[in-house]
Design a protein around this ligand. Structure first.
Ligand code: GLN
Length: 486
């Protein structure tokens, strides 16, 4: 079997092959290193991978192969997984795509990573990202921009663009990213993969470097719905290290593949299909909805009236929390320190040179909206609107809608430098941020192409109802078949 053939398998098939002794984790480790170099996933090419450690992966692979021989291989035995650079790993640095964390190696591992490893996965790469996960294009990383494997002249989306590109380029069937406002769903859409943001609290945030703690989630890329469901299943569940992780049972999300679209009520929120939406994108959504109808789903138009306020609400709350979370990067505790004339000057030198422009903009904005006098005018008001947005979703799900279906993004992947105005960039999150504000699960999957570029469709479901979301996603994937990539 050639390297690309082994790595082209879905995660479950690959694990079965390793568990059954028909391939070894060592083979996988070797193939991953080969493909990474051959297809130039590092700095000289797609710039998706920013750290790797082949010796550490080889050692982990040997340990997995020993477990296989003992008959105790996990559900991800030998499956290679890439991890966004803001999720702590013991091997390889964790730098959040920032100069301020240059060379930083975490002394502990994220729970999601530990669970992947316990399931037999090989953590083969840390991936490029917009600095501190702030962005929608992976253009703004200390390592330089990542490229979209479908069209290297375009962005892979962001902020988890490196993970999306690693999956799309065939390096790994599963990758971890993080979501605060769409950073996995949007790049999954741009690169033609599947991206899942679980319910807030479903997956432990322990070891995920905090951006906006009330919105952040560890999220999962898969090449297919099955890969994404398996990855999500493995990392989910209560963790004593994260007080916000929920103590609720974790269903086997892959079992949702046995469910059908028949009997599902799919809500179509009219606010996500504005008149300004590209009619060709709308047509691809209609094609997906027709496929669901043909498979027995009921499609119903609904309204989420507070959607119009999502972007301003998000861009008050997220920077507010970020300004507080990022205060720890002060030149004393972590990474970079630039000497100055006294303590205050050291802080200023370190932070003004260590952070890039977007991070600085968010810290300033966040500090402003939290300051005395503006707190009530902006921050408190944003919290009130957030509650209205969450209530919109509660109402439609209580009214009998099982899942909502929308476009993931207003356009496919854009060329480098196309969105130079930060506000323009913020608008690429218009369909994704509400799920984070409401805390509900959401995912993107391919529904077709526009001018050869992948387009994503999004499902959203009620809190902790990932199973219904996956049921719809498996159903749509089956119903569209190869059309999803045309
Ligand atoms: N693009 C959004 C932002 O810049 C979302 C980022 C994210 O989900 N991490 O904040």
């Amino acid at each position: 079997m050639s390297a690309t053939e082994l790595l082209a398998l879905g995660a479950a098939d690959l694990a079965a092959r390793v568990a059954g002794g028909r391939a070894t984790a060592a083979d996988v480790a070797r193939d991953v290193a080969m493909l990474r170099e051959r297809d130039r996933l590092g700095r000289d090419g797609l710039n998706a991978v920013v750290h790797h450690d082949d010796a550490a992966v080889a050692a982990d692979a040997a340990a997995v192969d020993a477990l296989v021989r003992d008959g105790t291989a996990g559900p991800l035995a030998g499956v290679p997984v890439a991890v966004k650079d803001n999720i702590a790993t013991l091997a390889m640095p964790t730098t959040c795509g920032s100069r301020i964390l240059e060379g930083y190696v975490s002394p502990y591992e994220a729970t999601a990573v530990a669970r992947l490893r316990a399931a037999g996965a090989l953590i083969v790469a840390k991936t490029n990202m917009d600095e501190f996960a702030m962005g929608s294009s992976t253009e703004f990383s200390a390592y330089g921009p990542a490229r979209n494997p479908v069209d290297p002249g375009r962005v892979p989306g962001g902020s988890s663009g490196g993970s999306a590109a690693a999956v799309a380029a065939g390096l790994v069937p599963i990758a971890l990213g993080s979501e605060t406002g769409g950073s996995v769903r949007q790049p999954a859409a741009f690169c033609g993969g599947v991206g899942v943001k679980p319910t807030y609290g479903r997956v432990s945030r322990y070891g995920l470097v905090a951006f906006a703690s009330s919105l952040d989630a560890v999220a999962v890329f898969g090449r297919t719905v099955d890969d994404a469901a398996l990855g999500t299943e493995v990392i989910s569940g209560r963790d004593p290290h994260d007080a916000t992780s929920a103590d609720v049972p974790v269903p086997r999300f892959r079992d949702a593949a046995d469910g059908a679209l028949a009997g599902l009520v799919v809500g179509v929120p009219r606010e996500f299909f504005p008149d300004s939406l590209d009619p060709r994108l709308r047509a691809l959504c209609d094609r997906a909805l027709d496929a669901m109808r043909d498979a027995g789903a009921t499609v119903r138009e609904v309204s989420l009236p507070h959607t119009a306020y999502a972007i301003p609400t998000y861009y008050i709350i997220a920077p507010a929390e970020a300004s507080s979370n990022l205060a720890r990067f002060d030149g004393v505790r972590y990474g970079l320190r630039l000497e100055g004339d006294g303590l205050r000057d050291m802080y200023e030198q370190t932070r003004s040179r260590g952070f890039g422009a977007e991070v600085t903009r968010r810290v300033l904005l966040g500090t402003y909206v939290l300051s005395a006098g503006y707190y009530d005018a902006y921050y408190r008001k944003a919290l009130d609107v957030r509650a209205c947005i969450a209530a919109d979703y509660r109402r439609v799900f209580a009214d009998g809608v099982d899942v909502l279906f929308t476009p993931t993004t207003p356009s496919p992947a854009f060329p480098f430098g196309a969105k130079s105005d930060p506000y323009e960039m913020y608008l690429s999150d218009i369909f994704t941020v509400t799920a984070n504000l409401a805390g509900i699960p959401a995912m993107s999957q391919p529904i077709g192409r526009l001018d050869g570029l992948p387009v994503g469709g999004q499902f959203l479901a009620a809190h902790f109802d990932e199973s219904t979301m996956f049921r719809a996603a498996f159903g749509l994937e089956r119903a569209l078949g190869p059309e999803a990539h045309r």
